[in-house]
Write a protein that binds this ligand. Sequence first.
Ligand SMILES: *[C@@H]1O[C@H](CO)[C@@H](O)[C@H](O)[C@H]1NC(C)=O
Ligand SMILES: *[C@@H]1O[C@H](CO)[C@@H](O)[C@H](O)[C@H]1NC(C)=O
Ligand SMILES: *[C@@H]1O[C@H](CO)[C@@H](O)[C@H](O)[C@H]1NC(C)=O
Ligand SMILES: CC(=O)N[C@H]1CO[C@H](CO)[C@@H](O)[C@@H]1O
Length: 557
Amino acid sequence: MFFVFTAVLLFWPYTFAKAKPIPYSRDPKVPLVVRLPRYGFFQGTQVLTTLKYSIEFETPVDAWLGIDYATQPVGDKRFAAATWPEAFAGTKDADEYGPRCVQNGGMADQSEACLSFNLYRTPGVPLDQKLPVLLWVHGGAFVGGSGRSLDGAAFVAASTEPIVVVTMQYRLGALGFLPSALFEEEDLLNLGLRDQRLFLEFMQEYVEYFGGDTNKITLGGQSAGAHSVALHYFHNYDKDKGKPLFNQVIIASGAPTARSFPDAEYPLYKRQYEDFMTSVKCPLQPNDKALKCLRAVAIKDIHDASTHIMSKSNYNITWPWQPVSPGPLIEKRGSTSGEDGTFYHLPLLISTTTDEGKLFTPTNLTTNAEFISFLANLAPDLTPSDLKDLEKLYPDPTSGSGPYSKAPKSLEYDRISAAYGDYSYICPAQETARLVSNVSVSVYKARFNVPNYAPSWQGVPHASDLWYFNGLSSAQYSDIAELYHSYYVSFIVYGDPNKSSIDGAPTWEMYGGVGDGELVVGNADRGGTYMEKEGAGIRMEQCAWWRDPERMKRLNK
Ligand SMILES: *[C@@H]1O[C@H](CO)[C@@H](O)[C@H](O)[C@H]1NC(C)=O
Ligand SMILES: *[C@@H]1O[C@H](CO)[C@@H](O)[C@H](O)[C@H]1NC(C)=O
Ligand SMILES: *[C@@H]1O[C@H](CO)[C@@H](O)[C@H](O)[C@H]1NC(C)=O
Ligand SMILES: CC(=O)N[C@H]1CO[C@H](CO)[C@@H](O)[C@@H]1O
């Protein structure tokens, strides 16, 4: 029962019930045929409504849906790096969403053959007019989500500026991330991140044929999508040095140091891998037999094993199927790239929610000892002296006083949520903002303080912002959706969130380093939207502790 509950809790922002067919027009007024050289012709369509609640747009949005950007990783290509798609003759219809990548939940509408993207564009603008592009990487803990996690058509429909929005899919769960010695030896680590990378290259080649501006690509993402974006952002080294495949960045609840990215032989991953291999009845040795077996297993068995191990790990937030370092695209961890300065000097819009941790943390812990063992289990590289520090940094509420003494659910809930949120999101985002602002690039930082139908005991948990990016009137506070979306559009189009934001939008001032200003985005009941000094919104002392360079390294960040 608890597993079902937490799975829902974790994935509610990302999953849609199997949708009714999306209303679209098979006969757009203009042909919407694009020719992608060395690939093929695609016939687009027009999307008429939002994904959720099917709210009709004033004007239908031009769209190309479900286009493959790679040869699909099936059969012998399962667990292999994806490759450029093959050219074909004739015209393919691009008027239906591709299936989601295999993930937790029912397998209807899921497939291994999931490496596709959707592209939405303001209607009535000739294709030879190149528009700014938002390229969005969805979240879902690297085990969930899809190209429909962000409603790209709704984003375009609400935009006062002509724009292109692209949503893409990458391999998830065990199929996308199976840390192990085997995969390290066979150069098969971080496949899901490599899918994203291939797609960035694909966009460099082809976005202009859809009327997108190759020189105005904002790479954005939320949660695991934001970590992904941040990892690409901090990959200004090796053959990528000086050659970013995007022009600016949006990071919503993420950072290159958000997660620990230990190596492929991390003890936890080793156990989870062995558990997985046992479940799918594949041998651990020798490599060729193990891989051959993995490529032949029924997809349902992979789905079930991947899901089961994820669910078992959910309570303690010791998730399997994560990117590892060293590994492709994270040869160096984020803290090292930060220290070396090997990130791209490109404008950044970065945010976290007020109560990030509260979506994830256990609601039944009541003692100081449980607080300590939760953290020690989460991050085994915390030393005894670290754990002593943490007891002080986050005062124990059992005495009946202090900042965490009014916890709902269970006595330690607020305290653990604060520590987990700081460790995973809030302090890593501050570190990224600090580093980028230090090289004199525009940084806009926000604290998102608007819930979206979360239970009140969760405050403003992780992913609250998800329904507000689009300007969707179905968000709990539709005025905030309109406001936040307008900042996003303005940043994507002008590199400045203020330029075309709606009338009366408070000025979102640039962030100038630790302690400087961040925009609080709040509904009226929570004090509204205004600039605050960072120290008024986040735990500065605790963040300085988590951002300590030696500690970040030790925690594999
Ligand atoms: C809290 O709930 C989890 C999941 O149901 C359970 O495994 C664990 O033992 C509980 N912990 C305490 C301290 O009650
Ligand atoms: C969860 O973590 C606790 C320590 O906080 C540990 O005792 C327990 O065994 C862990 N449970 C699982 C399923 O890993
Ligand atoms: C960046 O940080 C360094 C070290 O803290 C400092 O000396 C330098 O002035 C900063 N540069 C900018 C542009 O803020
Ligand atoms: C801090 C900042 O970027 N302010 C700008 C916000 O946008 C308005 C309108 O373009 C500018 O006048 C401000 O300079």
